[in-house]
Design a protein around this ligand. Structure first.
Ligand code: ATR
Length: 278
């Protein structure tokens, strides 16, 4: 890649940002298509978010991804948002159109893209359970409801947080959401797809488990963990041993990245190429 006076700058902002897989993945796609662009990580101290956005505009950064902890905090500083990010209440992609900042959210659609690409699964008509009720759960749940799942169940440690999420999700009358305790194994046993959206099991705490028992898993079920470090959490290893089809979070990272790339560049992204370059 040669950086010249004409090179457009893309970025990802977050805190911390050292572990982000986005710069490598996005720059690989940029190189592959010979685009005159570069994608850089910007570590932004949460106290300096306003100054960072001013700087991004002043330096005409063409677009940027937004990661933890700014996906909601960024919203007051945007000029426009697409319908999906408005509904979800979180933004992971911002495009700078000559000083007008427009926010998008590609997380949920990226997740669905990864299910299709990795397991050839469409969620329409499927019974789906989401473990956790935080920001990732919200994006994924919203995408699931938009895609016509047969039923959506949120299981969470703190039931009130799950209830709050369910209330937000049903606001748009997309479909109903049922709330259960985290240990409702009977519900889990009836699901087609179960998705862990919590960080339990992520490195370095790879021995931590969210669910004490996986006896509810049966062959043919799909169990997904949005964690990708380690490659295979205990949840995935044990579910696979019981015959489930499994998927980790690398695909979601690639999926949301591919959709962001298309918004930034107007070019078609290659999901598999991006995934292989995380
Ligand atoms: P993100 O935005 O990445 O989804 P988050 O908003 O912090 O992260 O959400 C974390 C989710 O993981 C929450 O649902 C949280 O459960 P609570 O609502 O009970 O806090 C869940 N979570 C985190 N650590 C957990 C643990 N050790 N056991 C069970 N659930 C956990």
């Amino acid at each position: 890649m040669s950086i010249k006076g004409t090179t457009k700058v893309l970025a990802v902002i977050g805190y911390p940002i050292q572990h982000s897989g986005s710069p490598k993945m996005q720059n690989s796609m940029i190189r592959q298509l010979c685009l005159d662009m570069v994608y850089i990580p910007l570590e932004v101290d949460p106290k300096g978010l306003v100054q960072a956005i001013d700087g991004i505009c002043a330096m005409n950064v063409a677009g940027f991804n937004v990661t933890v902890p700014f996906k909601e905090a960024i919203i007051p500083y945007l000029d426009e948002q697409d319908e999906l990010s408005l509904a979800i209440g979180a933004v992971n992609t911002v495009v700078n159109n000559n000083g007008t900042l427009k926010g998008y959210n590609t997380d949920g659609q990226g997740f669905l893209l990864s299910l299709k690409e990795e397991l050839n699964v469409d969620v329409e008509g499927k019974r789906v359970a989401i473990l956790g009720a935080g920001g990732s759960a919200r994006s994924i749940s919203y995408a699931m409801l938009c895609s016509g799942v047969a039923s959506l169940h949120v299981l969470n440690r703190t039931k009130n947080n799950a209830k709050k999420l369910a209330k937000e999700l049903t606001f748009d009358r997309l479909g109903s959401v049922e709330v259960h305790s985290l240990t409702d194994y009977e519900v889990l046993s009836k699901m087609d797809i179960v998705v862990n959206t919590t960080s339990v099991g992520m490195a370095p705490h790879t021995n931590d488990v969210l669910l004490e028992s996986l006896e509810w898993v049966s062959p043919g079920q799909i169990v997904v963990d949005i964690i990708y470090n380690p490659d295979q959490t205990k949840l995935l290893t044990q579910a696979q041993m019981r015959g489930a089809r499994i998927m980790n979070g690398k695909g979601m990272l690639a999926g949301q990245g591919a959709l962001s790339f298309e918004l930034f560049t107007g070019e078609k992204a290659d999901y598999n190429f991006m995934k292989n370059n995380i």
